[in-house]
Design a protein around this ligand. Structure first.
Ligand SMILES: NC(=O)c1ccc[n+]([C@@H]2O[C@H](COP(=O)([O-])OP(=O)(O)OC[C@H]3O[C@@H](n4cnc5c(N)ncnc54)[C@H](O)[C@@H]3O)[C@@H](O)[C@H]2O)c1
Ligand SMILES: [Zn+2]
Length: 816
């Protein structure tokens, strides 16, 4: 490499690393894996070592990656908070050991080994036994003061008592979000249709920097401490510092170990390579630190890292698997996410059968072709990802993956907006998952409040054609009889990219056999989770024998199933079977497999397929098919749901307005609009000027309203909802007045007020006998002049001779 090339590459690497650092520390996003990031940094360090003339002071190799944010107060660290050198290789670890030995002139020394917890570093300062300040690492010299947030973490003591607590000391540790909590939060977010958190580390980091410590408290963060800094007690070694932390009640992970040689360290690393997956949090390596403080001092620091410690990072585990098929998922926003169905493979302690492919670019980047053997890796993320294709194993006849052009849920042609990686289904009105999102909003507690309509039920109603818009909900009452028997649990179904409907293996085996319970089959499948579909079916036969239930008949059916699976070229999804195949075994004499295939492509449940086929089935056949179905709507469920729907008709106009889900109309705006316009007709007819007069209404909102009301379908829905008796006008509540001081006066406020939020001023004027008016006109008595009242409005008021009054003077006038 020439010096010119080196200089250019150094600049390029620095820029990339700075960018990823910004994403990682400020935005809590990992755009590349830690491994890839560390490789970039390593390349930079190597080049700067070879060409020291290009080493800049501000190079990312010389600085700790984070910075402070603007949202918090800043505090300086009394002792700098450094980064750690890291390595992925044993050789480099041995080289580190030699450097340490040499630095200590080959005197004896010990290592203290800890796991490297994957969270965010925190410094917590105590004075006289009280937690007085908590600060993030920031840029290493100063960080964000996040004391209030840290106080909400239960196992960080706020007070300490005991006679050996120093007057002043600092502890450092790693805040983390336990994996269980992380999964719980994401489950809730999925149910609410919120975007999922990417991984526990980024979630922890984002949480620590939240403005609302109430939310932080709910997130159940936890902390492991690994450093004590104090001048008030004589400590010479790290192990005694750790013992003190434990004694004082700080949470210390019991996974540490003191080692007397690098050989012991390597053993510790091996011991935890697999075992760490059983810990409640993510760990990504081992930190080894020289135990003795005097020896540490001798070894010293570089600008960014201590010379007496290093992190050995476990490389993300990788495994080879085969691509079976691709499923395209449609989110509540219409975003399409391709998911790879893989043959099962063991990875980081779990069986992997699926991997996210993110978007079309990712498929292209990988150059993925049908049936490819691929490498999967599991980093901090829950869903593993495909990192590469094993080209030498590729079938020469394999075809490239063609990204779907139409929405798998509704058939609409997909669009891809410029500068966005994802494809979208533009059918926001009736694409089932998007409709689901809108209906979930409609029935939400703060909207129509129909809590008897949970996600599963709504999904069933949408998929089976009963609900296509809000008004349909109020017509369910008249369809009570048809609802009986509708299927609910959609997780038992899957569709491949060609629209073919699949059913879970558990349900299929349950229906195909006799005398074996669903839970027994579930248990059998759990035991075979690592096995491929073919192996699982093979193992199912000895299982049937053990069960001693209708052995000959059941085994016969399973062998038949294996035969049919071989003769028909369906794509594979582990844990699922093509529904036409399963149905052909149950009712094959009545209808051919090609007809079943035809119908299964267009339907989303067994119930739907049967309605379509309209066959004359025997009772026995009906009973066996029933075993395939998901939970169905029963009388109790239906009554409960219809009652909730009926009760929702009492919701106020503002709730109804919010429920409609008009873009940019949140709860607050709905309240303001309802109060200002009193009913939907005036709102519909309101001119842009009249709308803009209202505090809190801007151009964007005016546009959303215009767009919404100019759509006939929306108007129809509103009309139908009106006919069903929903409230489209405000109920005037008789109110006793606070005073009469504004009697007969017409008042308007403009600009930002200090004592009133958005719509509070309206209430206030009315409560004191006045009338609040929304536009500037001659009939006004006063305009309360808020901060930054627009100059044109002011001019208009002056022209009309309307009196301007300050907020203070107004309050005085009312006697407040
Ligand atoms: N994926 C990305 O885009 C991206 C971007 C920037 C950084 N990163 C990752 O972050 C790393 C750099 O972060 P860093 O500078 O914080 O270094 P680091 O995370 O590699 O090491 C220092 C940190 O380790 C933590 N730690 C955990 N357990 C510890 C223990 N037992 N003892 C001491 N410290 C412990 C502390 O928070 C400490 O601040 C990179 O190596 C990379 O893996 C990733
Ligand atoms: Zn769609």
């Amino acid at each position: 490499m020439t010096p010119e090339q080196a200089e250019a590459r150094i600049a390029e690497l620095s820029q990339q690393i700075n960018y990823y650092n910004h994403q990682y520390y400020q935005e809590d996003i990992s755009e590349i894996s830690d491994y890839d990031f560390d490789k970039l940094l390593e390349e930079l360090v190597n080049l700067e070592t070879e060409f020291p003339q290009f080493l800049k002071e501000e190079s990312p190799s010389q600085r700790v990656g984070g910075t402070i944010t603007k949202e918090f107060e800043t505090a300086a660290h009394e002792t700098r908070m450094l980064s750690l050198g890291n390595t992925y290789s044993e050789e480099e670890l041995l080289a580190f050991d030699e450097r340490v030995a040499k630095g200590l002139e080959h005197r004896n020394f010990e290592y203290f080994c800890e796991l490297k917890f994957d969270g965010v570093a925190i410094s917590v300062v105590y004075e006289n036994g009280r937690l007085i300040r908590a600060v993030t690492r920031g840029d290493g010299t100063k960080g964000d003061v996040v004391t209030e947030n840290i106080r909400t973490i239960r196992n960080i003591p706020v007070y300490l008592s005991g006679d050996d607590i120093p007057g002043k000391f600092e502890v450092r540790g790693e805040i983390f979000l336990p994996r269980k909590e992380f999964d719980k939060i994401n489950k809730e977010r999925a149910e609410n249709g919120d975007p999922l958190l990417a991984n526990p580390r980024n979630a922890a980091s984002g949480t620590v920097k939240m403005q609302d410590s109430g939310i932080v408290a709910k997130r159940r963060l936890n902390c492991y401490f690994y450093q004590l800094i104090t001048d008030d007690v004589e400590i010479n070694k790290h192990d005694s510092a750790m013992a003190l932390l434990e004694k004082w009640g700080f949470n210390v992970s019991p996974t540490y170990k003191k080692c007397t040689s690098i050989k012991d360290v390597l053993q510790y690393i091996e011991d935890w390579r697999e075992k760490r997956h059983g810990l409640p949090l993510d760990t990504d390596g081992v930190v080894l630190k020289v135990n003795d403080y005097d020896q540490r001092e001798e070894l010293g620091f570089t600008a960014k890292i201590p010379r007496w410690a290093i992190a050995y990072k476990y490389q993300a585990e990788s495994a080879e698997s085969q691509l079976l098929s691709i499923t395209y998922q449609v989110g509540r926003t219409g975003a399409i996410t391709p998911v790879a169905n893989l043959s099962p493979v063991q990875l980081a302690g779990t069986t992997v059968k699926r991997a996210s492919l993110h978007n079309a670019n990712e498929i292209e980047r990988l150059g993925l072709q049908e049936g490819d053997f691929v490498f999967v890796e599991k980093g901090g993320e829950i869903i593993p990802k495909i990192t590469a294709v094993s080209l030498d194993k590729r079938n020469p006849d394999a075809r490239p993956i063609l990204y779907i052009a139409h929405c798998p849920e509704c058939g609409t042609e997909l669009i891809r907006r410029e500068s966005e990686a994802k494809h979208y289904c533009p059918n926001t009105q009736s694409c089932p998952p998007q409709l689901l999102g809108r209906i979930e909003h409609f029935v939400h507690k703060r909207a129509m409040d129909i809590d008897s309509m949970g996600t599963e039920r709504i999904r069933a109603l949408i998929d089976q054609g009963y609900v296509a818009n809000f008004a349909d909900i109020y017509e369910l009452e008249s369809k009570r009889d048809e609802l009986l028997g509708l299927e609910m649990n959609q997780d038992q179904y899957q569709k491949t990219d060609d629209g073919m409907l699949y059913i879970s293996l558990q349900k299929a085996l349950f229906a195909l056999t006799e005398g074996i319970s669903l839970s027994a089959i579930g248990k059998f499948l759990d035991e075979n989770v690592e096995k491929s579909l073919d192996e699982t079916l093979r193992n199912f036969q000895p299982f049937i024998r053990e069960s001693k239930k209708k052995v000959a008949q059941n085994i016969g059916t399973i062998q038949l199933l294996e035969g049919v699976l071989q003769s028909f070229p369906f794509q594979k999804i582990e844990d699922f079977l093509p529904l036409p195949i399963v149905l052909s075994l149950l009712i094959g004499k009545k209808v051919g497999i090609s007809r079943l295939k035809e119908v299964a492509v267009h339907e989303s449940t067994v119930h739907g397929i049967l309605l379509k086929l309209d066959l004359d089935l025997s009772q026995e056949q009906e009973d066996r098919i029933k075993k395939l179905k998901a939970n169905t709507f029963q009388d109790g469920v239906i009554n409960n749901m219809l009652e909730g729907i009926k009760a929702s008709k009492g919701q106020s106009f503002e709730r109804v307005l919010f429920a409609l889900g008009i873009r940019n109309i949140g709860e607050n705006t709905a309240q303001i609009l309802a109060k200002s316009f009193k009913n939907i007709d005036s709102l519909m007819q309101a001119s842009s000027e009249a709308l803009l007069e209202i505090n809190g209404v801007g151009e964007t909102l005016v546009n959303s309203l215009n767009e919404y009301f100019s759509d006939d379908e929306n108007l129809q829905t509103i009309n139908r909802l009106k006919n069903h008796g929903l409230n489209f006008e405000i109920e005037e509540i008789e109110r006793s007045l606070d005073s009469n001081s504004l009697e007969g006066m017409k008042i308007l406020a403009s600009g930002k007020l200090n004592h009133f939020k958005r719509d509070e001023i309206i209430d206030f004027v009315e409560a004191n006998g006045g009338q609040y008016v929304k536009s500037v006109s001659k009939s006004l008595d006063y305009i309360i002049e808020g901060e930054d009242m627009g100059p044109s409005k002011k001019e208009k008021a002056e022209k009309l001779g309307v009196k301007l009054i300050s907020e203070e003077a107004f309050l005085k006038m009312v006697g407040k």
